[in-house]
Write a protein that binds this ligand. Structure first.
Ligand SMILES: CSCCC(=O)C(=O)O
Ligand SMILES: [Fe+2]
Length: 187
């Protein structure tokens, strides 16, 4: 089972609705990989003893881990946090999120600045590269439990758009043009 992703419509309706275009315009995992977005599906049941998760963490150096249970009872300044999550931003580092329960939407910008909506459910682990514009919202189920992973001391600082001069943004743009430029360089 893989995640589902699609190009968003332009409607300003409730952010927790799917916002699919009509007809639906799906986005493949390959397209996401071109943007530097990586994905795994794991078994979230016994995550503390999961060998697959352990391998990914070891391979990528994710020594830090914590859990974020996104519900009003467990999160201080819940509404404000949700507002910040849905404000378009970048980070200086990767954003790594593993969905253990519930579901939600990660929106990322593609090369042409279109929003792609990625529907995360239990078992989905995604990595957003440093410097990619993105945001997050709960869906209509209104609940998600996420594991946050990080390499080293965690830094959660969000830099809201525009950030064209931020080193991570410049580095990300460069990584995209390098990927696109490769076939041309062969001539
Ligand atoms: C709820 S995790 C995703 C939100 C986000 O983009 C962030 O924490 O930076
Ligand atoms: Fe983020």
């Amino acid at each position: 089972m893989a995640i589902e992703a699609w190009f968003m419509d332009e409607s300003k309706e409730d952010q927790r609705l799917p916002h699919r275009r009509n007809p639906n315009e799906p986005v493949s995992l390959e397209h996401l990989a071109e943007l530097g977005v990586l994905y795994w599906h794991l078994n979230p049941k016994d995550y503390e003893n999961d060998e697959d998760l352990k391998k990914i963490r070891e391979a990528r150096g994710y020594n830090y881990m914590d859990l974020l249970d996104l519900c009003p009872e467990k999160v201080a300044n819940y509404e404000e946090k949700l507002r910040n999550f849905y404000t378009e931003h970048i980070h200086a580092d990767e954003e790594i999120r593993y969905c253990l329960e519930g579901s939600g939407y990660f929106d990322v910008r593609d090369k042409d600045d279109r929003w792609i909506r990625i529907w995360i459910k239990g078992g989905d682990l995604i990595i957003l590269p440093a410097g990619i514009y993105h945001r997050f919202t709960l869906d209509t189920s209104n609940y998600v439990k996420l594991m946050r992973l990080f390499l080293g001391e965690p830094v959660w600082t969000a830099y809201n758009r525009p950030q064209e001069d931020h080193p991570a943004r410049k580095e990300y743009i460069k990584s995209l043009t390098e990927k696109v430029g490769m076939p041309l360089a062969a001539h």
